[in-house]
Design a protein around this ligand. Structure first.
Ligand code: F6P
Length: 341
């Protein structure tokens, strides 16, 4: 059997661990030939391949990013995209595909399966917001990086008696903010799921200063103040069609400085959260996802995604995988509130 492999969407620590596991098990256990497609769905559309044999995956377990490259190309938005994928697969004798990606990549995987192309999905996102799996690899690494940054920022904030606003990733879900905020002992955590009152934030900040400590405020990039959407979403789109966010961290640090008269600084962690080597947890989860994706292909079980439920890897329908975004429930957020202020 010849199996194609691709990575789509934003990169994420652990992608290479999945690729390695698929190649190792596919070749060693089942005698597959594996074909890498470069740059997400663009690869099979344009016939961009990369050889991925045993030697190619030898040293990639610890490496961040993806050796296959990634893109956000959607074949359903490209003229003749799906037919071109069919032609490429026929030309390279590829029987099935394993697509590693987030909501968009998996949505395409589902439609392609409906259109007769055999695809198995592997979930990835640092945001941990895919409903059908308990965790996605990349999340633990992102939380680890954000937590380490919070720890470091705390000592400089304390030295200068400043408020430090740490902006983390998470447009629609506040998992990274919640977990890194809890782990780093943040004094305020703000998530997209719950609009916040600036007055309340200022109260928490002032209480912290009164106790002679420097407040650390962790804010997800998608968090918004009550009634503040217009102020923070610029409405502009970049060249790739993404809506630009206005920079909630910087805005909030300025508000805090103005209202409290205390010095404030904002640090936007940005893509540092997505780069570099995955944690041990993410390496293991990514590896297990890869191994189980091979089993699904071998069983001819297409249109599914591998997922973590408890400690088990299961298969779920791709339709279920992309149906619902997993956001932070109110009660999880409220657990953290005892540490605010
Ligand atoms: O991977 C998800 C994510 O990290 C979001 O939290 C973030 O908004 C987005 O990707 C940014 O990605 P890019 O800069 O690659 O468009």
């Amino acid at each position: 059997m010849r199996v194609g492999l691709l990575t789509g969407g934003g990169d994420c620590p652990g992608l290479n661990a999945v690729i390695r596991a698929v190649v190792r098990k596919g070749i060693e256990a089942h005698g597959w030939e594996t074909v890498g497609f470069r740059n997400g769905w663009l690869g099979p559309i344009e016939g961009l391949t990369k050889p991925i044999g045993l030697d190619d995956v030898e040293d990639i377990l610890t490496r961040g990013g993806t050796i296959l490259g990634s893109s956000r190309t959607n074949p359903y938005k490209v003229d003749g995209g799906v037919d071109r994928i069919r032609e490429t697969l026929a030309e390279h004798g590829v029987d099935a595909l394993i697509a590693i990606g987030g909501e968009d990549t998996l949505g395409v995987a589902k439609r392609l399966t409906d259109d007769g192309i055999g695809v198995v999905g592997v979930p990835k996102t640092i945001d941990n917001d895919l409903g059908a799996t308990d965790y996605t690899f990349g999340f633990d690494t992102a939380v680890h990086i954000a937590t380490e940054s919070i720890d470091r920022l705390r000592t400089t904030a304390e030295s200068h008696h400043r408020a430090l606003v740490v902006e983390v990733m998470g447009r629609h879900a506040g998992w990274i903010a919640l977990h890194s905020g809890l782990a780093g002992g943040a004094n305020v955590i703000l998530v997209p799921e719950r609009q916040f009152s600036v007055d309340q934030v200022v109260e928490w900040v002032e209480r912290r200063f009164e106790r002679q400590y420097a407040p650390i405020i962790v804010v997800a990039e998608g968090a918004l103040p009550e009634g503040g959407q217009e102020k923070l979403l610029t409405g502009e789109k970049d060249a790739f069609g993404h809506v630009r966010l206005g920079g909630i961290g910087t805005w909030l640090a300025e508000e805090i400085a103005q209202r409290t008269g205390k010095e404030s600084r904002a640090v936007v962690l940005g893509h540092t959260q997505r780069g570099g080597t995955p944690t041990a947890y993410d390496r293991v989860l990514a590896t297990r996802f890869g191994l189980h994706a091979v089993d699904a292909v071998q069983d001819g079980d297409f249109g599914v995604m591998v997922a973590l439920r408890g400690t088990d890897i299961v298969r779920v329908k791709l339709s279920e995988a992309t149906a619902e975004l997993k956001t932070v429930p109110l009660e999880r957020y409220q657990e953290a509130e005892v540490f605010f202020g």
